[in-house]
Every structure is written in structure tokens, then in C-alpha cells.
Design a binder for this molecule. Structure first.
Ligand code: 13P
Length: 252
């Protein structure tokens, strides 16, 4: 069955102690009113282990923001999927546009990371999205289909069942310029049709597709009301406990 899912991507924000305080605040607020969806938080790598402790016995799962495609070795500065799993992560976010844009990550590299993360027992939040230029050149469909197919190359249906896709139009990230519910829904529907053509209708119907890009408490309800939008990947608004929890409760 398709799950509803809201995750907070804290990006490069918050020290360890600030992360612990924010996670505890979110957990406390959600214990007062249980969420009707799955919830995850993706702090800095440094805070993963402390947060595993804070979030024990809560419904909130831990996510990492990236991983390497090898388990260990001479890869200075990198963190492996295996390490993340052992530290208490349930999910890893892969293919974020900031990783693509600032760190040169390609679909091929992301595919290697996806395979390793799944092999190590993590679930994957796979980000895809077009730039403003691509949208204006009418390339959105081509870009999204290409990213989904290359990043998930060689995955079985069972693998795909452990993937959440996050549609994050690059022009909407951190800009305050949210895609309209209709704009987002159009791409979510396209992704679902494409998954059906690659795999099965059943998988396409069951896969969770989050929207990300300037989601706030004030616009989450109308986005989440769309039939193919199953939740959100939240950046800036996930850094405030009250706002994030309002977003978590935005399913009607
Ligand atoms: P904002 O919500 O800050 O636009 O960021 C979205 C995002 O990139 C989540 O991964």
C-alpha cells in the first residue's frame, strides 16, 4: 500500500546539540498528536548517532543526506551506507540537486549509491527534478524520465519497493517559489506512469512520491491533497519544530 511520508532534510544546518534539541522538540510535539504518515529527519552525519538515541521509541525514523557507494576504503571524507545503517539510519537521501549541482554527482554515480544503500539495508529517498532552464525549454518530462530511469537502472521490483521518489524542481528549492499543486501533480503523475511502464501498475500505484521545494505549513495542505502527491521532503521549514509538525499534520 502506498504510504504517506514527510521527511525533514536539515542540510548543512545545526550543531550536534542543536540537532538533539530540535529532534527532541519534534518528537515531543508528535507524541502529543500522533502523525498519520511516516516521518523521518535527516540531520548532519555528526548528529545521526545522538539522534538515534533521542528518537528511540518514537515513530520518527532517521535519514542520512548522502552516502558513498563502497563499504569502506581509501575515500577521504566519505561515509558509507554500512556505517549509516550501523549508526541507526533507516533511510538515505540520494541524488539531491545540491549534490548534483555542487558536487558533480551524475545519474550513474547516484545509481551506484542507490544499489549499495539498498544492499546494506537502507531505504532510499531518491531526488529528481528539472532546473528552471530545462522547464522553460520544455524539457521537464525528458529530464525527469531520464533521471528516474538512470538512477534506478538494474533495480528489481523488490528493490523499487524500498525507494521513495522525491520530485524537487530545482527552481523551487530554497527560493520560496513553490510549484503550484497542479504543476507538481503533473510531474508526479508522469513519474507514476513511467514507473508503470518500467515495472508494473501495482508498483507504480504503491510507490511513494514526495514533493520538495519551498513546502511550508501554509501550502502543504493543498499540495498533499493532490492524488499523486504522497507527502514532502522539507528543507528550510523542517528547521522549525512547530512548522515541520504542522506540515506533518497537513494530510486531510
Ligand atoms: P526547501 O524546502 O528549503 O525549499 O528545500 C527543499 C529541499 O531541497 C529538500 O530536500
Amino acid at each position: 500500500m502506498r504510504k504517506k511520508f514527510v521527511a525533514g532534510n536539515w542540510k548543512m544546518n545545526k550543531t550536534i546539540s542543536e540537532s538533539v534539541a530540535l529532534a527532541a522538540d519534534v518528537a515531543k510535539r508528535l507524541s502529543d498528536a500522533m502523525p498519520s504518515c511516516d516521518v523521518a529527519l535527516a540531520p548532519t552525519f555528526l548528529a545521526i548517532e545522538p539522534l538515534a538515541e533521542v528518537l528511540r521509541n518514537t515513530p520518527i525514523k532517521l535519514a542520512a543526506q548522502n552516502c558513498h557507494f563502497e563499504n569502506d576504503g581509501a575515500f577521504t571524507g566519505e561515509v558509507s551506507a554500512r556505517m549509516l545503517k550501523h549508526a541507526g539510519c533507516h533511510y538515505v537521501i540520494l541524488g539531491h540537486s545540491e549534490r548534483r549541482q555542487y558536487f558533480g554527482e551524475t545519474d550513474e554515480l547516484i545509481n551506484k549509491k542507490v544499489k549499495k544503500a539498498l544492499a546494506e539495508g537502507l531505504e532510499v529517498i531518491l531526488c529528481v527534478g528539472e532546473t528552471l532552464e530545462q522547464r522553460e525549454n520544455d524539457e521537464t518530462k525528458k529530464v525527469i524520465v531520464s533521471q528516474v530511469s538512470h538512477c534506478t537502472a538494474d533495480l528489481s521490483i523488490d528493490d523499487m519497493k524500498r525507494i521513495t521518489i522525491a520530485y524537487e524542481p530545482v527552481w523551487a528549492i530554497g527560493t520560496g517559489q513553490t510549484a503550484t499543486p497542479d504543476q507538481a501533480e503533473e510531474v508526479h503523475r508522469l513519474i507514476r506512469f513511467f514507473i508503470a511502464s518500467l515495472h508494473t501498475d501495482e508498483l507504480a500505484n504503491d510507490i511513494t512520491i514526495q514533493y520538495g521545494g519551498s513546502v511550508k505549513a501554509s501550502n502543504a495542505k493543498e499540495l498533499f491533497a493532490m492524488p499523486n502527491i504522497d507527502g514532502g521532503l522539507i528543507g528550510g521549514a523542517s528547521l522549525k519544530a512547530d512548522e515541520f509538525v504542522q506540515i506533518v499534520h497537513s494530510f486531510s
